[in-house]
Design a binder for this molecule. Sequence first.
Ligand SMILES: [Zn+2]
Length: 335
Amino acid sequence: MHTLRPEHPPTTSPIILYEEQLSGTIQQVADPERIAAVARRHARIAQRTGDFMDTHYAYNSTGLNMEAVREFTSNKGWTTDPLYLTDCNGEELDAVLEKNGVSYLTPDEGAGLCASGIGLVIAHRNTEHEQQYGPLITEEVAIHELAHSAYRNRTTYYIAYRNGEISADTVRLGYRENIVNTDPAKDHVQKKGAFIEEGIVDEQRAHYAQLHDPRRIDPDRQIAYSKTHTDIKIPVRYTPLPINESAGGYPLLFIPSLASYALSILSSLDPELESCYEQSRFNTDAISETYTRFDSLRPGLARELRDLQYDEDDFAEGLRIAQDVAREHGFDRST
Ligand SMILES: [Zn+2]
């Protein structure tokens, strides 16, 4: 049976090593012995993190339908990193891990994270959310993060800083790219493609939710994305609904939903995009084809969307771009 929690596999992906120079620039290192030494050190940290998670976070899935999560990932054909369910949020977890010498785990959406550089997936069990939206909310978070993790064609890069810290991540995780920068005036790592990657995996979360909450299937129901963008409405399939809606609870909105809605608008203009999105977990060519198809819808669209950074304003901008493209093709997707 497909298990969500296998033994920690050794890192077998190809490795690239960068080191911080005295000047503050980052340079790639070619010496195989130094690369191997950093990889060994990282493997020890990864193992220690896995042991720590095993010891401190019992796999408490009480009340969750983990069989359904397993079945969904198995039907998709995904192979993923081990999933941990925790009861503390990303920031708390970061702080706890830092005490144990692991300082490069940063929260993704806060609700969960896919730490591809170290090879683990975390879904946060938020008791308040589970009470209001049901345990489905945690299963949705798990599906989102597992969908990121399903991208297996990885190359790990390490940056060894002069203060002794090592950061590890993957050069590419699906559509998300980390471009290591040798220009001291810029950030060491330039991130691209988050909008598309988040959109792809959040669509998987929506698919899963529709299987378990019939209210999310309604194609005509839209929810106001009201945090700061009151003008934006998104389909109900992306928005966890309170168990008891008449009690006055609010739907829960995730920033990645803005991206998944945008990508669904683009695939309604070019239905072949659907299979590119699905295949992107297994096949990097599907990612190039996605960009080619975006550019066929509007020249330069791929670059516009790849450049968007992971924040609410950029993601709202991405949705506006997709709606503009739909209008250029004679469709109104503004609501
Ligand atoms: Zn994500």
